[in-house]
Design a protein around this ligand. Structure first.
Ligand code: GLC
Length: 633
């Protein structure tokens, strides 16, 4: 055993001996910051807190970095001063920094995973993880619930954009790079050192394979499929030293993973050798049985070590305590869970209860949204764009007169998507992103001072002279989790306006470039037909300027940036063309996995695509949201 691990073990055993049963149970509960005060967290010796999507210090969406640090200090301070224990155990604060520190006002928001998958760039991934860790550490937070290692197989799923790819290769490669970027390299001196944070492999296991792509649904597949398609990212993350794993909401053959002892204990902790702790998903443990206490006990017995509780953390605490006194959960299981939690805390250097902003993992406040991080995010945007069609209208010249249309053109909230400031990513406007740049801002930057112009017209109307070209930016509205589940992939059935704009422009003889903001491949044949060039920008985040960087020639007329992105998801031929995945026996996508044009490629003039909408008449979404509980919103 490595000497530092021997030290960790000593700390863990000493600490464990000092804890009462109540304190051990407290360590196994994670409460939400809106629902547990610092005093309560200290009083119950809770092991952890989180901020769920849409929960901020003081309930203020525009809370400053100072406010976040002050709140972290308040929790740590209360625990340190706790009169309930001679040896108070420091808490861990977890957050969904899933595309940058995306809950924090002014933070750098990177493209969502689907775009990063298209970038096929492991170095970039590690650099993004390093930058994200620094921004998280600067706010006094220790832990991110990322990376998501799902391999999404049915694009109707509302979490498709959180998946890097429909094929495990990309996920496996990225898993280890991200974990190394967030935590540092296991075994090296800076592992969990300054500016590093704990990572979470989530969600274990199989969530990308639910029937019909239903969020939190049932997975019906063999164990071989589970292993070969879905476990690879987790295996790689564990090999890279990931310290926590989040259980998945889905079931496997009807049994919820949160209550699945074989998967959580035998496979994850046994066969895969995971020695960190398993955190439940948001109230996920409650889904395993009707009775609350029984659900709690069964989930812990199955292998969940830390209960993430939405609101009722007191109930979870009492339920677990009751299960222990009733003998339903053996003390050995509690000790194992707490040992795992303490081990992670010890490895993270949280053995002394220093004020969080003075803790080694914390870096200076100014890194949140710092220019080098924004430049990195802009680079990630450039690398993630996928060119599906170009009849020669691209690249644009900087002295062109460009009409910039569509409701996504000047809308940073829309380009960021879900898990941005709010849980669903809705209700945000440009003023919520003080450091952000809309796509339109990028078009202005590209043309101003170069003899051209960019004119914003969301509905595509214009007066006076015709523009040389129109760029129409459109796409999905933000969503997260089950709220993003769809019954089909037809874009225009849900949003008719962009197609109308494109057709009006075409009728007037204006060349059109579509820029599609989306969390998944969608059936856009009508929009493709109505566009001279079509670019998929995914959900690029706050640095919208990266789009113009690639669409325009450089100031000297040369190509500064070519397209680079390649589809990490197969593109559907019709609106019901899902599941559709590379390797299918009857694989016949419109654009295959790996597709993506470059400027140097021969000009692509595909024939007119079939516009028969197989989803016509289907409701946009007829399934109830399966979320078991509510977030602070
Ligand atoms: C959720 C998600 C999970 C997230 C957690 C905390 O409902 O499934 O990915 O980390 O809540 O916000």
């Amino acid at each position: 055993m490595h000497p530092s691990e021997r030290r960790v073990q000593r700390i863990v055993e000493r600490c464990l001996r000092g804890l009462s049963v109540e304190q051990k149970v407290g360590q196994m509960v994670q409460a939400e910051i809106a629902n547990a005060t610092p005093t309560e967290v200290a009083e119950f010796a809770l092991g952890s807190i989180l901020n769920g999507g849409g929960s901020f210090p003081g309930g203020n969406k525009q809370a400053s970095v100072d406010d976040w640090r002050a709140l972290a200090d308040a929790y740590h301070g209360a625990v340190r001063k706790s009169t309930h224990s001679d040896h108070p155990v420091p808490i861990l604060w977890g957050t969904d920094a899933v595309h940058g520190h995306s809950n924090v006002y002014g933070a750098t928001v990177f493209p969502h995973n689907i775009g990063l998958g298209a970038a096929r760039d492991g170095d970039l991934m590690e650099a993004i993880a390093v930058a994200t860790a620094r921004e998280v550490a600067a706010t006094g937070i220790d832990w991110t619930f990322a990376p998501t290692l799902a391999v999404a197989r049915d694009d109707r799923w509302g979490r498709t954009y959180e998946s890097f790819a429909e094929h495990p290769d990309v996920v496996v490669e990225y898993a280890s790079r991200i974990v190394a970027g967030l935590q540092g390299v296991a075994g090296e001196p800076d592992f969990l050192g300054p500016g590093r944070i704990l990572a979470t492999g989530k969600h274990f296991l199989g969530e990308g394979h639910t029937t019909d792509g239903r969020d939190q649904g049932d997975v019906v597949c063999s164990e071989d499929t589970l292993r070969d398609l879905h476990a690879g990212g987790h295996r790689a993350a564990i090999a890279a030293g990931v310290q926590t794993v989040m259980a998945a909401f889905n079931s496997w053959h009807g049994t919820k993973v949160h209550g699945h002892r074989y998967l959580l204990t035998d496979v994850l902790k046994g066969a895969l050798g995971f020695d960190g702790f398993v955190v439940s998903d948001w109230d996920g443990f409650l889904q395993v049985a009707e009775d609350r206490a029984e659900a709690c006990g069964s989930s812990v017995n199955a292998g969940v070590d830390l209960l993430m509780v939405g609101v009722e953390w007191r109930a979870a605490y009492h339920d677990l305590l009751q299960q222990v006194s009733a003998g339903a959960v053996p003390m050995a299981r509690i000790d194992d869970a707490v040992r795992r939690i303490l081990r992670v805390k010890a490895r993270a250097g949280l053995v002394s209860c220093a004020r969080s902003s003075a803790r080694p993992a914390t870096v200076e406040e100014s890194v949140v949204g710092e220019p080098s991080h924004r430049e990195l995010a802009r680079r990630a945007v450039r690398r993630s764009l996928v060119l599906l069609k170009n009849d020669g209208v691209l690249p644009l010249k900087r002295d062109a007169k460009v009409l910039v249309a569509g409701d996504g053109a000047d809308n940073i909230g829309k380009q960021c998507g879900g898990w941005t400031l709010t849980w669903q990513g809705t209700g945000n406007d440009n003023s919520d992103f003080p450091n952000g740049m809309s796509l339109f801002d990028g078009f202005v930057e590209a043309t101003a001072h170069h003899g051209g112009s960019a004119i914003l017209s969301p509905n595509g109307e214009f007066g006076g002279d015709s523009p040389d070209v129109a760029v129409v930016v459109f796409g999905e509205e933000p969503y997260a989790e089950g709220d993003g589940d769809r019954d089909h992939l037809s874009y225009s059935t849900l949003h008719a306006e962009p197609l109308a704009i494109l057709r009006r422009l075409q009728e007037r003889g204006i060349p059109t470039v579509s820029v599609f903001l989306t969390g998944r491949p969608m059936w856009v044949n009508p929009e493709l037909n109505a566009s001279d060039a079509f670019v998929v920008a995914w959900l690029p985040g706050t640095e919208g300027g990266g789009v113009a960087d690639v669409l325009f020639r450089g100031p000297n007329g040369k190509l500064d940036h070519d397209f680079h992105g390649r589809l990490s998801f197969s593109w559907p031929r019709h609106a019901m063309h899902t599941p559709l995945n590379v390797g299918d026996t009857d694989y016949a996508p419109l654009f295959p996995y790996g597709y993506g044009l470059r400027y140097g490629d021969a000009i692509d003039r595909p024939g007119r695509l079939d516009e028969t909408d197989s989803a016509r008449g289907m409701p946009a979404r007829d399934r109830p949201c399966t979320m078991g509980s509510t977030y602070p919103r």
